[in-house]
Write a protein that binds this ligand. Structure first.
Ligand SMILES: [Zn+2]
Length: 140
């Protein structure tokens, strides 16, 4: 696998300073239709048995054997924020690739979000409170 940020990815997305407290986010410069492939969550493939702590912020468990360590900065998908009302979702294909797909029509300039799942939510988000648009509206 060739490492590094691919130019076609750089053209499509921009890393932004997200809403207060949420750190960074990923915005798209191009529109997507519902069902479209958006971006791949890339990183360093590691064997689960070699990883001591299975709960790391950018560790993405693909199956019983492998985890993708998505912490490198060329993995733009790591900047995608969690949302309880997301516009994308994660699909793991038969080759173990982590693909992010649109579940709604996404306009140019919109932030890409997906639901990180219960385990991650309880571990990392719940303690500080969810900062997604839906939850912020609710708490106002
Ligand atoms: Zn939320």
């Amino acid at each position: 696998m060739k490492l590094g940020l691919k130019p076609e990815i750089k053209k499509k997305f921009i890393v932004i300073k997200a809403r207060k407290g949420a750190g960074f986010g990923l915005k798209t410069k191009v529109p997507f239709k519902k069902g479209d492939f958006v971006i791949e969550y890339v990183g360093i493939k590691r064997k689960n048995k070699d990883i001591e702590y299975h709960t790391g912020k950018y560790l993405f468990e693909v199956d019983d054997n492998f985890t993708i360590d998505g912490s490198p900065r060329w993995n733009l998908a790591r900047y995608i924020n969690h949302s309880c009302r997301p516009n994308a979702e994660v699909e793991i294909d038969k080759n173990g690739k982590i693909l992010i797909e649109a579940i709604k029509n996404i306009k140019e300039g919109e932030e890409i979000t997906y639901d990180y799942g219960k385990e991650y939510f309880n571990e990392f988000i719940k303690p500080i409170g969810c900062k997604c648009e839906k939850c912020i509206k609710k708490s106002k």
